[in-house]
Design a protein around this ligand. Structure first.
Ligand code: ZN
Ligand code: MN
Length: 439
C-alpha cells in the first residue's frame, strides 16, 4: 500500500471590532441585535449608494499583516468579487484580488516549522441567512446587520501536514489578533471562521485536486474535519481514483463532511478593480507608524518573561496567554519589587491558585505572599474597623458599588490593604465588605 502525505492550507476570516462597518457608517457590533436594524443604502446594496472605506479597518488589516511578518506593498486596491447569493445584496463582494494589503508572512510553530502566509487582505462580511419555518412553510430569512462588517482574510500556503499543526497555528493566530485588540476572535460568535483545504499526495508534487471545507467555527471541528477528509480521500485514492475538486461542509451532528458544490476557480468570480474606491498608496512612514503601534507580541513576551524573570517556559506560556494576564503579572512584579517578593513567587501564586485576574488586584497577590509569613491580619474586629474607615473615606466607590459596579469593591479592598500596610487578609476583607453591604 502507498502512503499518502496530507497537504493542507488554510483560509481564516477574522471580523474586526471597529466601531463602524467597512464601507458605511452603520455600527459594526451587530451580534445579538434585532435583525435589520443596522443597515443603510450602502450595506443594503441599494442602487446608487457609494462606499467609503473605513480607515481604521485598513490600518488594522495592515497591523495584522505586520504582526504576521508580512511585507506591505506600497500600492494596493480593492476589487469586486462577483457571485450571486441572497446574502450578498450588491451581487458582488468588495474584496482584494491581485494586490492585497499584505503578502509573504509567516507564523513559526513550536517545533520551529514555519507556516507561510501567502496574503492578508481586506473585505466585507455578508448578510446572515437563517433557514426557518414560518406558518408551516420553509423560508430563508436575511439579516443585513452583518452585511459590510470589516473582514480580514488570512491565507496560508499548503504548508500543514496534520490537523495538530493546523490547530496550533490557529491558536497562535487567535492570540495575535487578540493582542492587537483588533478582534475578539470569539469562535462562538463567528468572529473567526475557518476554511481548511485538504488533499493528499504520494510524491513530492502537489496534488492535482483540492477539497475545501467551508466555514468551520471551532478548533475542535477543524481538526475533526481534516482527519475525516484524510481518511475519505485515502479511501478514494486506494481505489485508484482521484478525489473530486469540490467544496464540502462539516456536519457536526454526523461528524462527516458533505459535498456542497464543485469548487469555483478564480475566473468564475470575474474579478475587476472596484471603480468606486480609489487605490491606496502608502508612505513608508505610515507603515512604520503602524508597526510602532503593534507592541510586544506573545512570542517575544514568552522569551522575555523567561529571561527577565527567570520563569520556566511553561510558566511564561501561562502568563502570556492573554495580554491582560501578562499585564497583570508585570504590575504585580512591579509592586513586589518594593516588598521583596520576587517574580517567581508571583508566577507560582497566580498559576497554582489558578487566579481569576478579574477578581483580584496585582497588589492583593503581592500582599497575600508577604502576609503569609509576616503577621497577616485576619482578626475580624480589626479588619472591620479598617473597612468602615475605608467606606467613610471613599464615598464615590461606595456609591458606584451600590449602583452595581462590582469593580468598585476593588477600590475599597485596596484602601483597606493600604491602611494595613499590605497585611490584611484580602479574602477576608472582601467577605467583611460584602457583609457590610449585605450582598
Ligand atoms: Zn450601512
Ligand atoms: Mn473571503
Amino acid at each position: 500500500m502507498k502512503s499518502y502525505q496530507p497537504v493542507i492550507g488554510l483560509e481564516v476570516h477574522v471580523e474586526l471590532k471597529t466601531k463602524s462597518k467597512m464601507f458605511c457608517g452603520c455600527p459594526a457590533d451587530y451580534f445579538g441585535k434585532d435583525p435589520n436594524t443596522y443597515t443603510c443604502p450602502v450595506c443594503l446594496g441599494l442602487p446608487g449608494a457609494l462606499p467609503v472605506a473605513n480607515k481604521k479597518a485598513i490600518e488594522w488589516c495592515v497591523m495584522i499583516g505586520l504582526a504576521l511578518n508580512c511585507k506591505i506593498p506600497l500600492f494596493s486596491k480593492f476589487d469586486r468579487k462577483n457571485y450571486f447569493y441572497p446574502d450578498l445584496p450588491k451581487g458582488y463582494q468588495i474584496s482584494q484580488y491581485d494586490q492585497p494589503f499584505c503578502i509573504n508572512g509567516e507564523i513559526t510553530l513550536e517545533n520551529g516549522k514555519k507556516i507561510g502566509i501567502t496574503r492578508v487582505h481586506m473585505e466585507e462580511d455578508t448578510a446572515k441567512l437563517t433557514h426557518a419555518k414560518v406558518d408551516g412553510e420553509n423560508v430563508s430569512l436575511i439579516d443585513f446587520n452583518r452585511s459590510g462588517v470589516p473582514l480580514v482574510e488570512i491565507v496560508t500556503g499548503p504548508d500543514f501536514e496534520s490537523a495538530i499543526e493546523v490547530v496550533e497555528y490557529l491558536k497562535k493566530l487567535q492570540q495575535i489578533v487578540r493582542y492587537l485588540k483588533v478582534s475578539n476572535a470569539d469562535m462562538e460568535k463567528g468572529d473567526m471562521r475557518l476554511e481548511p483545504n485538504i488533499s493528499l499526495r504520494v510524491t513530492n508534487e502537489l496534488p492535482k485536486y483540492k477539497v475545501e471545507v467551508k466555514n468551520i467555527n471551532s478548533f475542535r471541528f477543524v481538526g475533526k474535519a481534516i482527519e475525516y477528509e484524510i481518511k475519505r480521500q485515502t479511501g478514494i485514492l486506494e481505489k485508484g481514483e482521484t478525489p473530486k475538486q469540490e467544496t464540502r461542509g462539516w456536519n457536526e451532528g454526523k461528524n462527516v463532511t458533505l459535498s456542497q458544490r464543485s469548487k469555483e476557480e478564480a475566473q468564475d468570480y470575474r474579478y475587476f478593480p472596484e471603480p468606486d474606491i480609489p487605490p491606496i498608496r502608502w508612505e513608508e512612514s505610515q507603515i512604520s507608524n503602524l508597526k510602532s503601534q503593534i507592541g510586544e507580541l506573545p512570542d517575544q513576551k514568552l522569551d522575555r518573561f523567561q529571561k527577565e524573570y527567570g520563569l520556566t517556559r511553561q510558566q511564561a506560556a501561562v502568563l502570556v496567554d492573554s495580554r491582560d494576564m501578562a499585564e497583570f503579572f508585570e504590575k504585580a512584579v512591579e509592586t513586589g519589587k518594593t516588598k521583596e517578593v520576587n517574580p517567581v513567587q508571583i508566577a507560582n501564586r497566580i498559576i497554582n491558585r489558578k487566579m481569576d485576574i478579574t477578581k483580584v488586584s496585582p497588589e492583593e497577590v503581592v500582599s497575600e505572599i508577604t502576609s503569609k509569613g509576616a503577621g497577616i491580619i485576619s482578626d475580624s474586629k480589626e479588619l472591620e474597623k479598617l473597612a468602615k474607615e475605608a467606606i467613610e473615606e471613599n464615598a464615590k466607590a461606595v456609591a458606584d458599588f451600590k449602583a452595581g459596579k462590582e469593580a468598585a469593591l476593588q477600590v475599597l479592598i485596596g484602601a483597606v490593604m493600604r491602611k494595613s500596610a499590605g497585611k490584611a487578609d484580602a479574602g477576608k476583607v472582601r467577605e467583611i465588605l460584602a457583609n457590610i453591604f449585605g450582598s
